[in-house]
Design a protein around this ligand. Sequence first.
Ligand code: AMP
Length: 295
Amino acid sequence: MVRKGRIFVSISRLLFPVRIAKSQHELDLLRPQGRCVVVPTMGALHEGHASLVGAAAEKARELNLAGGCVVTIFVNPTQFNEQADFARYPRTLEADIAACEASGASVVFAPDVGTVYPQGTDVLVPPLPPQATRPGLEDRLRPGHFAGVCQVVLRLFHLVKPAIAMFGEKDWQQLQVVKVMTQRARLGIEIVGCETIRDLDGLAKSSRNRFLSSDDRARSLAISRALRAASAEGNPSEAEARMHSVLAQAHIAPEYAVVRDAETLETYRSGRPGRALIAARVGTTRLIDNASWGG
Ligand code: AMP
């Protein structure tokens, strides 16, 4: 089945190579009435993104959506709480377009800031869902981040008008925020989460991994190791203690290493789905990862 899908993608790519749109006008011309599946990204694409794009293209085919899979590539200035992080964020558009084409995307939408924010970046966002303000995780450590995420996702949804949007579980809190925001805004867009793609040794793929020195990369493996160790513990406080101890052995002091309710991201309650989540700086690079916990 997968092979058949791949052959179909290869043949259709020969016939219909990916098309590029930079403005809303170009986007509207490229997908005339087509309902589509969108994959929002900031570019610097790796195999994690490629798997999202492949899943989105497959879904568009299954559901016969004429607009196919649209990948957006936009480094959104409003979601960076550190200017230096925005400035050094990798920008690799040519390689990204090739990766989108190889993964079966129909259209790459790579707008500039003026297209996404024609009235400036001070666009108001509706009230943020509790997942974006209460857990004390990314919301506490990256003030303003989720306001920027919600702002850009709403603008991209408005421009692309997808039927379905796919996001990675790698950014678990973001996935919950976008799900609830989309429901509350009654946009009628289905939000689908896709599993985290990892290197063979367990490190979750990330556009930021390229900044790790080889020593830091080796130390960063403690993050996925800590998540695995947590899953062997039967109660949340023991699981959290285990994560801290595995990280400490690699000289990593996490910003958080917690077990939470998988949907609300608040205190874990027995009988509900749980999620173990870690954020840590390794050298100068901030990494996040998570895994299902309990049940
Ligand atoms: P980004 O370009 O970092 O904003 O990521 C774009 C999308 O790719 C988001 O929905 C991420 O959660 C997802 N993503 C990033 N890394 C991975 C990964 N390793 N596996 C699966 N999805 C990922």
